[in-house]
Design a binder for this molecule. Structure first.
Ligand code: H79
Length: 572
């Protein structure tokens, strides 16, 4: 069907079905071909920018918190990023190996970076005056990067929107949600008409009460009527399950893909997804913000793609209009890696092996790329595939040998051919890898999936519970409340078990003193002590036999948080 035909069918559907999305709306969903084209891109640049960069505090959230409302709302009068150069930004994205770009047209603070007809609170009334969406969309088109926008549904400044700053916690005196909804429709239509066609409309701030399923599904249908090829994330509607970003799957929840935030999404092939994550800690620019290492950046990308997702990686440009040079350097380093190894990323799908703490895998055609992210011995033994391996090479250079038995594929790489960040083993099969059902790797950890308890869980949220440190999913973690200085996590192995090694992956490097203990009767016996844990801690010791084991963190700079806690019985 040609684009025009699709458009008229969709318009008919919108006219007939806007009020009852559930009946017909699912036919507005992005087509498999569109989704595949977006998936193939894998890597995009997220940009959070606005007058708040002058303060260096968080966009939206610092309004009425770190920055008084009166001051925050006047910042645009000083916003004059004279060094902004749209072509330079898009070149950064291109050099990073990114294929699309999503910028905040409007965040929760309500400021618009294009001269909107429907408000005065926009860039045209700043000293800068220039239309940022115009310049960026033009530059994207010129350089072959897909242009997209992030648009906040909640608006803590707009008088018609019922909730206000800080953080949507206050009520406005004279709200008018139906009128605000018209504003939202007008502005999003204006964006598509002026700067479209867009790749994605990335909504956010949908979790607040005034936004309903009806509004969400109606907006989805409305925008698809204007641009049928538009892809819209799941935050347009009400089905998102917290920061995990997956969608409560009822046919009522509009949205083309899931949106894990600040975490690597779980392995998921039946619904498309995209992790959004910051290169530093804040979405908007913050001076001297802590930046992720190249290893962390690349392993995040590999884990996301291995789980069948996309990565939307965020920078917050500075108030002078430039992206921080050290962030540009980091992105270019990622791009250099991708220009060598992109074959194992772009156009692939996740699997067949599900991601573990040490391994991710991708595939394309007859090739499977095994990404080894952490070496613990010479040989990696993977479960056999229902295909024959006909060839095996190292994409990252060097020598590799592979041995196939009835139930295993054993890959051996000598130390000099192993990479610190990612050793990519390319297995060529005698048929398409896409025919293989995803395979779960059994954990070597004796604590995997066992019963866990902890002294404390971040905001009592199940998604940060202690079981997340024992689930062998490198994208989920046990977290404790901020400000926590001491914490423990305990595992009950079900029966006495003998182990002689521990491996711990800690987020944020907060532990300063810890001990490993096992229960003897009612008493705890300490069998290992240490200071820092960090990203990759591993230690051997004389065999210990115990049923209940705990990691007791005695001193931490802030709430300890653990990706994985593993107990191993290794040959030594
Ligand atoms: O734009 C960036 C952030 O400013 C924004 N999303 C990224 C892309 C952001 N929105 N919210 N948050 C960050 C954190 C908010 C979390 C919470 Fe909730 C809001 C906790 C409770 C309400 C949404 C609903 C998440 C969990 C339940």
């Amino acid at each position: 069907m040609c684009d025009r035909a699709i458009r008229s069918v969709c318009l008919l559907l919108v006219l007939g079905a806007a009020a009852s999305w559930a009946d017909d709306g699912s036919s507005l969903a992005a087509s498999p071909e569109q989704i595949q084209a977006w998936r193939d891109m894998k890597f995009g640049l997220f940009i959070h920018w606005g007058p708040v960069s002058i303060k260096g505090t968080e966009i939206g959230w610092s309004r009425g918190a770190q920055v008084p409302i009166e001051e925050y709302d006047q910042l645009y009068k000083q916003f004059n990023p004279t060094q902004f150069n749209a072509d330079a930004w898009v070149t950064v994205a291109r050099d990073a190996g990114m294929k699309y770009l999503v910028i905040t047209s409007k965040h929760h603070d309500g400021f618009c970076i294009w001269p909107s007809k429907y408000t005065d609170y926009h860039i045209g009334n700043s000293p800068f005056k220039r239309d940022i969406l115009r310049e960026l969309s033009d530059a994207c088109r010129k350089q072959g990067i897909q242009f997209s926008t992030y648009h906040s549904i909640c608006d803590w400044r707009h008088p018609d929107y019922p909730m206000g700053s800080p953080g949507g916690q206050t009520a406005k005196p004279n709200p008018n949600m139906p009128r605000y909804y018209e504003y939202l429709k007008n502005q999003t239509r204006e964006i598509i008409e002026n700067y479209g066609p867009l790749g994605i409309m990335w909504f956010d701030g949908e979790w607040e009460k005034p936004w309903t399923l009806e509004y969400g599904n109606d907006l989805y249908a409305y925008l698809k009527g204007i641009q049928p090829s538009l892809i819209i994330n799941n935050r347009v509607s009400k089905g998102r399950l917290g920061m995990a970003g997956t969608t409560q799957q009822t046919h009522l929840n509009a949205g083309d893909y899931d949106t894990p935030e600040q975490r690597i999404g779980g392995f998921q092939k039946d619904r498309p997804w995209e992790t959004c994550m910051t290169i530093c800690q804040q979405w908007a620019w913050k001076p001297n913000d802590q930046m992720k290492s190249l290893k962390e950046c690349l392993q995040t990308l590999v884990r996301v793609v291995g789980g069948d997702g996309n990565l939307l990686f965020n920078v917050g440009p500075m108030p002078d209009g430039r992206i921080e040079p050290r962030q540009v350097d980091r992105l270019r380093e990622m791009g250099r890696w991708l220009s060598r190894h992109g074959e194992s990323i772009y156009g692939t799908r996740g699997g067949p092996y599900k991601t573990t703490a040490k391994i991710a895998s991708t595939y394309k055609g007859n090739a499977v790329y095994v990404h080894v992210l952490d070496w613990s011995g010479d040989t990696i033994a993977l479960p056999a595939l229902p295909k024959k391996v006909t060839d095996c090479t190292l994409l990252t250079g060097g020598t590799v040998s592979v041995r196939q038995t009835a139930d295993a594929i054993e890959i051996t790489v000598p130390p000099q051919s192993r990479q610190e960040i990612d050793t990519i083993v390319k297995l060529t099969l005698d048929g398409p890898a896409g025919e293989i059902e995803p395979i779960t790797l059994t954990s070597p950890s004796l604590a995997a999936g066992k019963k866990a308890t902890a002294s404390n869980t971040f905001m009592r949220m199940a998604e940060f519970g202690p079981s997340k440190a024992l689930d062998d999913d490198a994208g989920t973690r046990w977290a404790t409340d901020s400000g926590t200085k001491q914490a423990w996590i305990e595992v009950d192995l079900g029966k006495p078990v003998t182990f002689n090694q521990v491996a711990i992956n800690e987020a944020y490097d907060r532990a300063r003193k810890f001990e490993l203990q096992c229960k003897e009767g009612d008493a705890w016996k300490t069998f290992l002590e240490g200071t820092r844990i960090g990203e990759e801690y591993s230690k051997g010791f004389n065999p210990v036999t115990a049923q209940v084991v705990r990691l007791n963190i005695l001193e931490a700079t802030d709430g300890p948080t653990i990706w994985e806690f593993q107990l191993l019985a290794s040959r030594q």
